[in-house]
Design a protein around this ligand. Structure first.
Ligand code: 5GP
Length: 338
């Protein structure tokens, strides 16, 4: 047994300190970023926010609504192959797991439309079989941008980039409907994970996507401040018309269901039930119905522009460089408690 006594932090443990700024208005802030990749060809320009590959979040209607704003969607794994003809290549990740069936599905999708962005998503990115799979997909799709995860430590971030990932997805346990920290006792405070993994990735000219744990636009700003190149959100994009889930009415209030990809609900829907040896590591919640996702996108982008203005970053690119986090006492600042 070893005990690491370094303090690790979540988004709610910090605030961004304001800095002197020459910006006159939030309107001046440019939220688009242009990225090169360590393996894939070409560059990408857009607003580096991604809807998480979850049911009720990463639908085709979400993809269309977000792409209008130059945001991305990592489509969930359960769409039919024929539907992929409709993807918007520059703003869509095709998500797969690491089974043979996943690999075959990707081959079939490629015949319809070659995916520019591939997301290889597993709950635990620390297995040897995962690294091998990333290598294999890199070989088969040398030009595609590969995002792979999830991990939370620098050494595994480096290993995945060396194996062929362009973007490493960071986050174990912080998700809105994730119960891994409770069920397995495993996880890593997300702000520290993003700081440490982005540092490791940038050393190899790789990128990271901070996945999970953003509850507010301020958390998204903190993720970029910590060094994230992309930020992925599930809960913040759930509860909208684009979820393609029915609106449920209870006591006159409208809700939309939201559940974790490893919840009992998801396993029943997609895998014919939960395998006996597995515990469910996700839960179901009801989110207040929020209408069109465009309203939420405007809120998030407005929050990011505000954060950039407060620290004097004219572009999102400059936010991390201009960020100083201050640690806060969560007991004394209940308004930012999660
Ligand atoms: P959120 O933005 O809602 O805080 O987090 C979204 C992320 O939570 C997803 O991208 C995914 O990484 C993670 N996630 C989604 N469903 C589950 C689940 O059932 N269990 C766990 N452990 N993580 C989940």
């Amino acid at each position: 047994m070893r005990l690491d006594t370094d303090l690790k932090l979540d988004y709610a443990d910090v605030l961004i300190r304001p800095k002197r700024s020459t910006l006159k208005s939030r309107k001046e802030v440019d939220l688009k970023r242009k990225y090169k990749f360590p393996h894939a060809k070409g560059t990408w320009t857009g607003v580096p926010l991604i809807a998480a590959n979850m049911d009720g979040v990463a639908t085709f209607s979400m993809m269309k609504a977000l792409a209008k704003n130059k945001l991305m969607t990592a489509l969930h794994k359960y769409h039919e192959v024929k539907d992929y003809k409709n993807i918007i290549p520059d703003f869509t990740f095709v998500t797969i797991g690491i089974t043979e069936a996943d690999e075959k599905k990707l081959e079939k999708i490629s015949k319809i439309k070659k995916p520019r962005f591939i997301c290889i998503d597993v709950a635990n990115g620390y297995t040897e079989s995962f690294v091998k799979f990333v290598k294999k997909i890199r070989k088969k799709y040398p030009d595609s941008v590969i995002m792979a995860g999830n991990v939370v430590t620098g050494e595994m971030t480096e290993e995945l980039i060396l194996a062929g990932a362009d973007i490493v997805k960071v986050g174990i346990g912080p998700g809105t409907v994730c119960t891994t920290r409770i069920v397995a006792g495993v996880g890593y405070p997300q702000l520290s994970a993003v700081i440490e993994c982005s540092d490791a990735a940038h050393g190899l000219k790789g990128l990271v996507c901070a996945d999970g744990g953003c509850r507010t636009p301020g958390d998204v700003a903190k993720a970029f401040g910590a060094g994230a190149d992309f930020v992925m959100m599930g809960g913040m994009f759930a509860g909208h018309d684009e979820s393609e889930f029915p609106v449920i009415e209870e006591d006159g209030i409208k809700y939309i269901e939201h559940y974790g990809s490893s919840s009992r609900e998801a396993m029943e829907k997609h895998n014919g039930g939960k395998a006996k040896y597995k515990a469910s590591e996700g839960k179901r919640i009801l989110i207040k119905y929020r209408g069109k996702v465009q309203n939420t996108v405007d809120e998030i982008l407005g929050g990011l522009r505000s954060a950039c203005t407060y620290v004097g970053a004219i572009r999102l690119k400059g936010l991390a460089r201009r960020t100083t986090f201050i640690m806060v006492n969560r007991q004394l600042s209940p308004e930012i408690r999660d």
